[in-house]
Design a binder for this molecule. Structure first.
Ligand code: IPE
Ligand code: IPE
Ligand code: MG
Length: 251
């Protein structure tokens, strides 16, 4: 089946194309509440959430945003009911399989970050295939954080560096911010400029602890399945209204 051609989304005229975030990160929160409000099982919210993410990826691409990173499953999310966890793992696998052809057609480079070895083997296989197939694509860089934990990522980076030191390949003094970043799952990916969290929670929930050091944070009450183009436009307008100082004084 050939993916049907999609009409590109036109970037709203009030957005300054020169001041768009290069990398947007999203904490896709509120699927469960979305479903609950409708008297539906939580999993229905996750299913709808996939549509939101697909649309957002396309909009980012069409509006000229080079990278999108989405938090799909945290290391803490294993603590949810088994039924929900199983559903999510199966959902990720199915969506990946269904979307791979379209991602190829749209030149998307997909990458997964997190402790992937703890995921079901069949999901790992889909992930490996999707990453390998799309690795040379030059379009939008799409990163999915799955079984991701910011603290775990940092601890793993420390372990790898300690190992290099122990083998005599690295001097402790040579551990710099750059070198440290290279040991993170996100090596090679620029830090997010904008972090969006849906459903009103004012927390990071162990997401990209290192990488978000200077990201602008935008929180909306809107639940993830309802996060649409208009909402994204508002987030970008808010971002463009911010003054990013990076600790300096603007004169
Ligand atoms: C986010 O929605 C999706 C995942 C964590 C996988 P939630 O499932 O956390 O939805 P709420 O926060 O319970 O509404
Ligand atoms: C963060 O949402 C994780 C994902 C969106 C995948 P959670 O719903 O798990 O976060 P908390 O529990 O509200 O902090
Ligand atoms: Mg939640």
């Amino acid at each position: 089946m050939t993916p049907k051609p999609l009409v590109p989304h036109v970037r709203p005229a009030d957005l300054n194309p020169d001041r768009l975030p290069q990398h947007v990160a999203v904490i896709m929160d509120g699927n469960g509440r979305w479903a609950k409000r409708r008297g539906l099982p939580r999993i229905m919210g996750h299913r709808r959430g996939v549509d939101t993410l697909k649309t957002l990826l396309r909009v980012c691409r069409d509006w000229g945003i080079g990278a999108l990173t989405a938090y799909a499953f945290s290391t803490e999310n294993w603590g949810r009911p088994l039924e929900e966890v199983d559903f999510l793992m199966t959902l990720f696998e199915r969506v990946l399989r269904q979307e791979l052809m379209e991602m190829m057609a749209e030149n998307v480079r997909i990458r997964f970050v997190g402790n992937l070895t703890a995921l079901p083997a069949s999901l790992q296989a889909e992930i490996d295939q999707a990453m390998a197939k799309t690795k040379d694509n030059q379009g939008i860089e799409f990163t999915v954080a799955t079984n991701y934990g910011g603290r775990q990522e940092i601890v793993e980076a420390c372990r790898r560096l300690a190992d290099q030191v122990q083998r005599g390949d690295l001097q402790p003094d040579d551990i710099s911010e750059e070198r440290f970043s290279q040991q993170l799952y996100t090596a090679g990916l620029r830090d997010p400029d904008l972090l969006i969290r849906t459903s009103g929670e004012m927390r990071i929930s162990n997401f990209l602890l290192w990488q978000l050091a200077y990201a602008e944070i935008y929180v909306t009450e809107t639940l993830w399945p309802d996060f649409d183009l208009t909402e994204f436009h508002q987030a970008l307008m808010a971002y463009q209204g911010r003054e990013r100082r990076f600790g300096k004084v603007n004169v």
